[in-house]
Design a protein around this ligand. Structure first.
Ligand code: BEZ
Length: 187
């Protein structure tokens, strides 16, 4: 199960990143508040046609194989816009991020917007419904209960959710899915 979800090798083979050529990366989850890598530029941004959802299982960061937590992924939804943070980085940064986000996330090449409406093509980590760690939709109360009960090597799942909610508020982004879950977990 865990090996099947491990995406490090797949991601390293997917995109031929050229030495020294900077790449844009769109972050919509922990990348917004945990930029533990060097970046050249950082700008708020958004990606159209996708929504942020707590539908991916976390066995390695905010849960364990026996009791997975829930973390965000992007899900396609026509007409939707998901706001986050874009980073321009050197290709070496992906060696680190491919390891950090190895539990089912694939790096996809997608267009997104920077805050000044500049459109760029960049990379986005997305956990698709066909990965073994995917949990999918559930009632908000069930998702919140799972988050409240989970913890892993990177800390509690509650902390992940509340830090994301706080980071989105700081960006003046209203994400009803995240806010509803934060309210339930806080209660
Ligand atoms: C992000 O913050 O964009 C992100 C979310 C999940 C996995 C990797 C990155």
């Amino acid at each position: 199960m865990l090996d099947a979800a491990n995406t490090i090798t797949i991601n390293q083979r997917r995109h031929a990143l050229q030495d020294g050529i900077p790449v844009w990366l769109f972050g919509y989850g922990s990348l917004i508040y945990k930029a533990d890598f060097p970046w050249l530029l950082r700008r708020p941004g958004s990606i159209s046609g996708w929504v942020r959802r707590f539908w991916q299982g976390s066995h390695d960061h905010r849960g364990t194989p026996k009791a997975p937590g829930r973390v965000v992924t992007l899900v396609e939804e026509p007409g939707a816009v998901c706001h986050g943070m874009a980073y321009q980085v050197t290709p070496e940064v992906f060696d680190h991020l491919d390891r950090r986000e190895k539990n089912g996330y694939l790096r996809l090449s997608l267009p997104f917007q920077l805050d000044d409406d500049e459109r760029v093509d960049g990379l986005v980590y997305i956990a698709r419904a066909d990965n073994p760690a995917y949990l999918g939709p559930a009632p908000d109360t069930a998702i919140a209960a799972q988050i409240a009960a989970s913890a892993g090597p990177s800390g509690s799942n509650r902390d992940y959710l509340l830090r994301l909610a706080e980071a989105l508020r700081a960006l003046r982004v209203n994400d009803p899915h995240v806010e509803r879950l934060a309210g339930l977990v806080d209660a």
